[in-house]
Design a protein around this ligand. Structure first.
Ligand code: MEV
Length: 317
């Protein structure tokens, strides 16, 4: 919201949503392609509220000065700082209130969505424009604090309107011509993206030839999935998701909670499934041919211990 005629700024808000990575996570950190899907039913809203005192963040009924934030919220503080500095606003006399439906540390892009919502709320508060490249850079500054060496896929996907292919830092919208239903479910195991990315790096460094083979395999599977999505081949997508999980297991980011939910999904008719995000727990993603099958897959994963789940229709108009 721009300043009013007296020049006073008003409270302003920004929104970003969750994302799922269909295929290509971890390989994306090495410039390989990946496919991301926005999950627009899970959202983070940030509001900028002027009021005297240090810059503070409120969430879940708590309010803390940004300087006193615990480590796990450090990236949110950075998002507020870099956005205020970018728009030339004082880093004081403001509260930033954040509320989110996105489970944290579950592979659904909670940190990028929080940063994206804050950057947008500050932009609206400042009443200024922001080009997409600068917006991305601001969110990435926060993401670098959240998980070290982010490829940028989360920063893009938590703002995207539709599925996208991300490769070498660039995004292309993906044209899904026939509808498909993805089911995302939360294993309930919490894992750090930072540590998972660092673990994959150690695996690749330990055996570079094998590592290159695994990244090549993930790239080939991702490119095949792009074609499957364009042509509406559900079984092709499912087979590639399952094959990608094998490569991700070999990279050291599998977990028995992932295997359990993928097995439950395939028992209920899903064509295949895998982890989504950084793995070692977090969420899984499975593909179903129609809305009814997607509900059966979700029910099966909940019965197998999923904390929660969401059906994400793609290309369904
Ligand atoms: C995290 O959502 C996806 C990873 O590939 C990390 C990244 O690309 O920044 C694991």
């Amino acid at each position: 919201m721009p300043p009013d005629s007296s020049g006073r700024l008003h409270a302003a808000s920004g929104v970003a949503h969750a994302k799922g990575i269909l295929i290509g996570e971890h390989a994306a950190v090495y410039g390989r392609p990946a496919i991301a899907l926005p999950i627009t039913t899970l959202r983070t809203v940030a509001e900028v509220i002027p009021g005297p005192g240090p810059l503070r963040l409120s969430a879940d009924g708590y309010t803390l000065a940004v300087t006193d934030l615990p480590e796990r919220f450090a990236s949110v503080g950075v998002a507020a700082h870099v956005a205020l500095e970018h728009f030339g606003l004082p880093v004081v006399d403001l509260e930033i209130a954040v509320s989110s439906d996105i489970p944290p540390r579950a592979g659904l892009g909670a940190s990028a969505a929080a940063a994206g919502a804050i950057v947008e709320a500050v932009r609206v508060y400042a009443g200024q424009r922001l080009d997409e490249a600068t917006r991305f850079e601001l969110v990435q500054r926060a993401e670098q604090v959240a998980h070290g060496n982010p490829s940028g896929i989360d920063a893009h996907a938590t703002r995207a309107a539709g599925p996208l292919v991300f490769a070498d830092g660039r995004c292309t919208p993906l044209d899904v011509r026939a509808p498909m239903w993805f089911v995302v479910a939360d294993t309930g195991m919490r894992a750090s993206t930072d540590e998972a990315v660092a673990g994959v790096r150690r695996t690749l460094d330990a055996d570079p030839a094998r590592g290159a083979e695994l990244l090549d395999r993930l790239e080939e599977l991702t490119l095949g999935t792009v074609q499957d999505l364009e042509l509406g081949r559900v079984s092709g997508v499912g087979q590639r998701l399952t094959a990608a999980q094998q490569a991700l297991d070999a990279l050291g980011v599998g977990h028995e909670s992932i295997d359990r939910l993928v097995a439950a999904a395939t028992e209920a008719g899903a064509a295949g499934g895998k982890l989504t995000g950084s793995g070692r727990g977090g969420c899984v993603i499975a593909v179903a041919a129609d809305a009814e099958q997607a509900q059966a897959v979700l029910t099966s994963m909940i019965s197998a211990g999923a904390l929660a789940g969401w059906v994400v229709p793609v290309g369904a108009g």
